[in-house]
Write a protein that binds this ligand. Structure first.
Ligand SMILES: O=C(O)CCC(=O)C(=O)O
Ligand SMILES: [Fe+2]
Length: 188
């Protein structure tokens, strides 16, 4: 897919082996991230939580055939993920989006299933508005502020992760953050 600028797989493999996550800047051109963001506008949303009742945000399922599904389950990305984790992947893939608005975030957690996840940022305010990913408890393993088009490969079921709350600023009174996530499984 011409829109994808995948980094050298060896670098990502090394990162995955050492820290369990790898940030891939400008995986997509920001203008294509915007196209993908717009393609999610029609998808139904539901409010979700991750163990803390009043910490909520919105999720959308990405169904087979959707532009994002074709990207995230396409051969190019699957081969890349396979190369980066040095493990075969099942055919089955689960894709969704997460959307956060002012004051929303995801609390510290490990995902309950899946081998590895690829997250692509489709919309995000500047770092001063929050929405920064944190790895480990209190971010002790590292942090990453993703901008539209940036990608992240990570072992979401192994590594504790969270995001910082989105905050309103004068420049950005209505911060919004949207990420698309693909969860790849072991072929068991
Ligand atoms: O919104 C985020 O960046 C975190 C999403 C997440 O926890 C996940 O993909 O497992
Ligand atoms: Fe997660």
């Amino acid at each position: 897919m011409a829109e994808l600028a995948l980094p050298a797989v060896e670098q990502v493999r090394e990162q995955m082996a050492s820290t369990g996550f790898a940030v891939m800047r400008a995986l997509l051109h920001p203008s294509y991230a915007r196209v993908l963001q717009l393609s999610t506008c029609v998808l139904p949303e539901r409010q979700v939580t991750c163990g803390i009742p009043n910490v909520t945000w919105a999720e959308q399922d990405i169904r087979p055939g959707h532009l994002l599904d074709r990207l995230l389950t396409g051969k190019l990305i699957r081969q890349f993920v396979f190369g980066a984790v040095s493990q075969p992947l099942a055919e089955r893939t689960q894709c969704w989006t997460s959307r956060y608005v002012a004051s929303q975030y995801i609390n510290e957690h490990r995902d309950v299933t899946g081998l590895v996840q690829l997250l692509i940022c489709l919309q995000a305010p500047g770092a001063e508005c929050g929405g920064t990913l944190r790895f480990g408890k209190d971010g002790e393993l590292g942090q990453a502020h993703l901008q539209p088009g940036d990608g992240l490969l990570f072992y979401a079921a192994r590594t504790i992760h969270s995001t910082s709350p989105l905050v309103e600023t004068d420049v950005c009174p209505q911060p919004e953050r949207l990420v698309a996530v693909a969860r790849y499984f072991d072929p068991m």
